[in-house]
Design a protein around this ligand. Structure first.
Ligand code: IFM
Length: 449
């Protein structure tokens, strides 16, 4: 490991029960896309479209985690992680999305889970991190109401197979992000831009979440179940009525459409009106099922502005020049993180696990600079300090997972953007902990004293 940088400020102290972890997702790290019975997902297909992913990258090999998971779990142990959040690849278990099961796929997650448990690391699987089986997209994907039942069947398969060793389950990762990017703006898989399609998708994903919660609960009443939401405060670019209205609608779509429906039992007002034609009697009760925790992925505040060219009339506004930016241009404001933790505690009244938070940078090809990632250390230190402040001020926060354990396939940005605390040399698949990994390991170690 590279030399740990000693944090200059006084050491933050969290309760002994606080859980420390790291997150990844299947398509972003596993690779082995064409091995042992895995069938294509919508992201395999999207990566084949010309010009959609930087440098024409794809997840065929990624971090080769499918083969290198024992080494990755050893790394997690060295870091002192309590828990590891990963996602299960639906097309690895059910190549056609339903029906015939791929035993080799099931075996892979058995091995991963066992390996984690041997090292005393809790497995936190997420059932859906965007790699929808292509075969189901061919049947209309999330615009098809039957998806809720197919997702429930897939959930049952996972719960039966892994439920003897897994306690914490997440249904979906970032509901609003994959639905907006994939079905409204068309910037991610499956590259659709259609209002009706998008609305149906929102509702059917919510139904699938509710059905999965019921399946998990039916399998074991002791499971701890949550959904994972991207929540970033949305502010108007300018203090003018058009931008204020745009930011409100942006907020409904990005931050509220899923957790309000799942936890409060209703859609936010403008979405409720638009989605009404797709809602059947009893649906809101099917969606709003009791949950044990709220998964929060937080990175940066967002700025919205009126943009008639965009499908819903809101678009991305400019970030105020005075805000510092991360290496991918996202504004950095730890206060927005602590404010969000307070707001979410008040609004949803569930224990919060921060299931993603981290710093991205463009790879400029300088490996030494990548390893001495002081900017990532500074980001993590200031955000974790903000979380500590929120906790002291009464926010209900139970754990933190850094995004990400490894550099990985960053969707449309390909491998040119790095979010890992562990460097991955894609040519050799060598893993090297960065300064941020050492800083994080030190922080965890100090919590145990
Ligand atoms: O890499 C993504 C992850 O898949 C979902 N949350 C945001 C991360 C960084 O963009």
């Amino acid at each position: 490991m590279a030399n740990p940088k000693k944090p200059a400020e006084k050491i933050l102290k969290f309760p002994k029960s606080f859980r420390w972890g790291a997150s990844t997702s299947s398509y972003q790290i596993e690779g082995a896309a064409n091995e042992e019975g895995r069938a294509p997902s919508i992201w395999d297909r999207f990566c084949q479209l010309k010009g959609r992913v930087n440098h024409g990258h794809n997840g065929d090999v990624a971090c080769d985690h499918y083969h290198k998971y024992p080494e990755d779990v050893r790394l997690m142990q060295q870091l002192g992680l309590d828990c590891y959040r990963f996602s299960i690849a639906w097309p690895r278990l059910l190549p056609r999305g339903r029906g015939q099961v791929n035993l080799a796929g099931l075996d892979f997650y058995d091995r991963l889970i066992d390996c984690l448990l041997e090292k005393n690391i809790e497995p936190w699987p997420c059932l859906f991190h965007w790699d929808l089986p292509q075969a189901l997209d061919d049947l209309g994907g999330w615009s098809n109401r039957d998806m809720a039942g197919w997702f429930a069947d897939y959930t049952l398969l996972c719960a039966r197979r892994y439920g003897d060793r897994v306690k914490h389950w997440a249904s979906f990762n970032e509901f609003s992000v994959f639905t907006l990017f994939g079905y409204a703006w068309g910037w991610g898989a499956p590259s659709i831009s259609d209002r009706a399609y998008h609305l149906k998708t929102i509702h059917h994903v919510n139904l699938a979440h509710g059905a999965a919660v019921d399946v998990l609960r039916g399998q074991n009443a002791g499971f701890a179940i949550g959904g994972i939401h991207s929540y970033q405060p949305v502010r108007p670019q300018k203090n003018v009525p058009e931008d204020i209205a745009a930011a409100n609608l942006f907020n409904e779509h990005w931050n509220l459409a899923f957790p309000d429906a799942q936890i409060l039992g209703h859609y936010p007002p403008q979405i409720a009106e638009a989605i009404d034609p797709y809602v059947q009697a009893g649906d809101m009760a099917r969606i709003c099922r009791p949950l044990d925790w709220f998964g929060l992925n937080h990175y940066a505040p967002m700025y919205g502005r009126a943009d008639p060219e965009m499908i819903w009339g809101f678009g991305w506004g400019e970030v105020p020049a005075e805000l510092p930016r991360s290496g991918v241009g996202w504004p950095m404001q730890p206060q927005a993180f602590s404010d969000s933790l307070q707001e979410l505690t008040r609004r949803y009244r569930l224990p919060i696990y921060v299931t993603e938070n981290g710093y991205g940078n463009e790879d400029k090809g300088d490996k030494a600079a990548e390893l001495e990632d002081q900017a990532r250390v500074d980001y993590l230190r200031s955000y974790i300090a903000a979380m500590s402040q929120a906790l002291a001020d009464g926010a209900n926060i139970a754990g933190y997972f850094v995004w990400s354990l490894l550099d990985n396939f960053e969707w449309g940005a390909g491998y040119g953007t790095r979010f890992g605390i562990v460097y991955v040399d894609y040519a050799t698949q060598q893993r090297i902990p960065k300064a941020s990994a050492n800083w994080y390991a030190e922080l965890i170690k100090k919590q145990r004293k």
